[in-house]
Design a protein around this ligand. Structure first.
Ligand code: ADP
Length: 497
């Protein structure tokens, strides 16, 4: 019944006040409405008891007023009776008002408690989902954000967010993107969105995704409400996936080589062993005091037969490797290149290399195996990227580019990969496609050899061009297919990848 433990003292005070009023009312001859003072008792009771207690207090006060009247006025006296009624009415009205006030206070307390709970709930879900909310006015107006936004930006909760602070935390490379969305919000665009990086004071980088919608417009000011998500974990996962895809594509050539080498070793080993045995026998026949030329000739015949067998085995394996299960379907080269560019895009942007697509529209289809041809293009792109990387460390060089272009050359489609790396010498260009030729510490020197074998199996040719100035250009041609395929390429000439 008591609202708080400390209110016991106040309760005693209220009781004493009640008794005092009753004593004065009942036992003194004062000709005034003393009982009206019970109103004070009722009001004091609101801070001591609950609503039920206040109601009982009101009832008790009214009863005491009537009791005191009965004690002091045995006959019917109109004026004291009127005073008694006024006092009872005042007590009743005060009690009702006090009860209504208490009910309103309780409702308000409940509402503020549920507001506090929902704020705590929102803060914890924002923390778990790493998503914060914010509000800002454009152009250049005030900004408010949730606790989680302060945490994402790595500033204290007491720090007032400003555009300058947002800019300071944004990775300098992404300032143009930020300026772009600020300009959009200054124009009052309905939705603004930005994926960018934040650079923390300790040098770590966070990837964030911001999206905001125009909520209101007053006095030429646009008010935006938005969400800011820390997507670093998702970004990291996507990076790993893309890295794995690129590595997988790169590893395919190693696997192909491994399988090829194992089968060659297996098939060729037998005739080679026979050649060696017959060679030794031939030497022995010739080294005799009286050389047996007939036997030596027979041994040499067997050597020739085994050599022929070995070369046949190799021919067969090469034929197998060329034809294999490779498909020959009509392909749109531009689509194939766009798909391939998408595969290596992340790897390229990690090395701050821009891939420019310069694709001739309306190319006829080529007949080929999409996977194999994609492997060729990935190889050329990876080589170009490694050449650029090897020339200077990433932090020293300006942004570099690789241009991937297509053109029609008679009845052939030519695909060209030109980079801004250190280029090729005449000597290098001559040896590039030799198996096991590499200038890289961890290179195998088989990538371009396999590329050549795939391109030639498609009836095309591959070459490296030596030109003045930096950069290397490798190009390959593929004959156009007889069948016409729907050309999905459009005028993307010059469009960045
Ligand atoms: P690997 O990449 O394992 O070395 P490759 O056959 O793919 O094998 O390449 C052979 C060599 O050709 C490379 O080691 C490199 O010296 C040279 N090369 C290939 N592409 C380029 C290029 N775009 N710029 C400069 N050199 C290149």
């Amino acid at each position: 019944m008591f609202q708080s433990p400390g209110s016991k003292l106040r309760a005693a005070g209220v009781v004493l006040l009640t008794l005092a009023i009753f004593a004065v009312d009942a036992f003194t001859a004062l000709d005034i409405a003393i009982a009206v003072l019970y109103v004070v008792v009722v009001l004091c009771a609101t801070s001591v008891w609950s609503r039920r207690g206040v109601l009982l207090t009101g009832v008790a006060c009214a009863a005491l007023t009537v009791g005191a009247f009965a004690l002091t006025h045995h006959g019917v006296v109109s004026s004291p009776m009127a005073r008694c009624l006024v006092s009872v009415a005042a007590i009743a009205i005060t009690t009702v008002l006090a009860l209504a006030g208490m009910a309103a206070t309780d409702a308000l307390r409940q509402r503020s408690e549920s507001l506090r709970l929902s704020e705590a709930f929102l803060a914890s879900t924002q923390r778990i989902s790493r998503t914060s909310s914010f509000r800002f006015q454009a152009p250049g107006g005030a900004m408010h954000w949730s606790e989680e936004a302060a945490r994402i930006y790595g500033v204290g909760l007491e720090v007032t967010p400003t555009q300058a602070l947002v800019r300071e935390r944004t990775h300098p490379d992404d300032w143009p993107l930020l300026d772009d969305v600020i300009a959009q919000s200054d124009r009052g665009e309905a939705t603004i969105e930005l994926r960018h990086r934040l650079r923390m004071p300790d040098g770590t980088v966070k990837h964030v995704h911001m999206i905001a919608r125009l909520a209101a417009v007053h006095d030429g000011q646009f008010e935006y409400l938005g969400a800011l998500m820390d997507v670093s974990a998702a970004h990291e996962a996507a990076e790993t996936l893309h890295r794995t895809q690129a590595e997988l594509a790169h590893a395919t050539r190693v696997t192909t080589l491994g399988e090829l080498a194992a089968s060659i070793a297996h098939e060729v080993n037998q005739p080679l062993a026979a050649v060696s045995t017959n060679g030794n026998a031939c030497l022995r026949w010739l080294n005799r005091p009286e050389p047996d030329l007939l036997e030596a000739r027979l041994a040499l015949d067997r050597i020739l037969a085994d050599t022929y067998r070995a070369s046949e085995v190799i021919q067969r394996i090469r034929a197998l490797a060329r034809k294999g299960e490779a498909q020959r379907l009509p392909l749109d080269v531009n689509t194939l290149l766009r798909d391939t560019a998408a595969l290596v895009q992340r790897e390229l942007s990690n090395h701050r290399i821009v891939l420019e697509l310069n694709l001739a529209p309306g190319l006829p289809p080529v007949a080929g195996d999409a996977v194999q041809l994609q492997q060729v293009v990935i190889n050329l792109l990876m080589n170009a990227m490694q050449a650029i990387d090897g020339a200077a460390p990433e932090w020293l060089r300006r942004q570099q580019r690789i241009v991937l272009s297509t053109r029609l050359d008679g009845d052939q489609v030519e695909i060209e990969v030109a980079d801004s790396g250190p280029g090729l010498s005449e000597l290098q260009a001559g040896r590039l496609f030799e198996a096991f030729y590499t200038t890289k510490a961890d290179g195998m020197g088989m990538g371009l050899a396999i590329c050549r074998s795939i391109v030639e199996a498609h009836g095309g040719s591959i070459r490296a061009m030596v030109h003045a100035g930096p950069g290397a250009t490798l190009a390959f041609t593929l004959p156009c297919a007889a069948v016409k395929v729907e050309d999905t390429s459009n005028a993307v000439t010059g469009a960045p990848a």
